[in-house]
Design a protein around this ligand. Structure first.
Ligand SMILES: Cc1cc2nc3c(=O)[nH]c(=O)nc-3n(C[C@H](O)[C@H](O)[C@H](O)COP(=O)(O)O)c2cc1C
Length: 171
């Protein structure tokens, strides 16, 4: 089988948290659903996202000064679908409520947490670009469960108490 198809199959069964990356560029707001997010360094505080060159936001993120990572909660599947273009709306930012803090990039209401970043550098990486951001503001907002993407479906985490019951079965 083609290596790309094998890789797709493997990545499908790797659970990933779902975020929406937002930015403000030349007075317009932009947002895209992104699961390729990870924290990189604490000192200095750096995170990265990986953005497809085919995405409508690729050029915007390459040119913007700052961006925000919105960590979606399990009750925000629709938000994920709107920002992935799976649910068509006239204006993505009329479909959700949001507020702003340090950067002016939208923080979507109801998210579990957010990170505001100053963009530092973008690396070319095949059909994607890896964009590094220096964290200038980060906050956990509530204790909701995360929205997780796994096996081409939305799901969430099993609570630690349930995991203990499963483990008890073994010992
Ligand atoms: C759960 C989920 C995770 C996604 N993760 C990424 C990602 O990490 N990077 C990326 O470039 N696109 C990702 N996408 C795809 C984009 O959100 C979007 O669908 C695609 O880029 C087309 O968007 P556009 O119509 O705004 O160009 C993801 C989509 C979904 C549903």
């Amino acid at each position: 089988m083609d290596i790309r198809e094998e890789l797709r199959k493997v990545m499908r069964v790797y659970p990933q948290g779902v975020t929406v990356v937002t930015t403000k560029f030349e007075n317009s707001l932009y947002g895209l659903t992104v699961s390729a997010f990870t924290s990189i360094s604490l000192d200095p505080p750096l995170i990265m996202i990986s953005i497809s060159k085919l995405s409508s936001m690729h050029k915007i993120l390459s040119n913007c000064e700052s961006f925000t990572i919105n960590f979606l909660a399990e009750d925000q599947k629709i938000v994920s679908d709107i920002f992935a273009g799976r649910i068509k709306v006239k204006d993505r930012f009329e479909a959700v409520q949001y507020f702003t803090e340090r950067t002016g990039c939208p923080i979507i209401k109801g998210v579990r947490a957010f990170i505001e970043c100053k963009k530092t550098i973008a690396y070319d990486a095949g059909d994607h670009s890896i964009i590094l951001g220096e964290v200038i503001n980060a906050r956990k907002l509530n204790d909701k469960n995360p929205l997780v993407y796994y096996n081409q479906q939305y799901t969430t985490i099993v609570s630690p108490e349930k995991l203990e019951i499963i483990e008890d079965w073994w010992f």
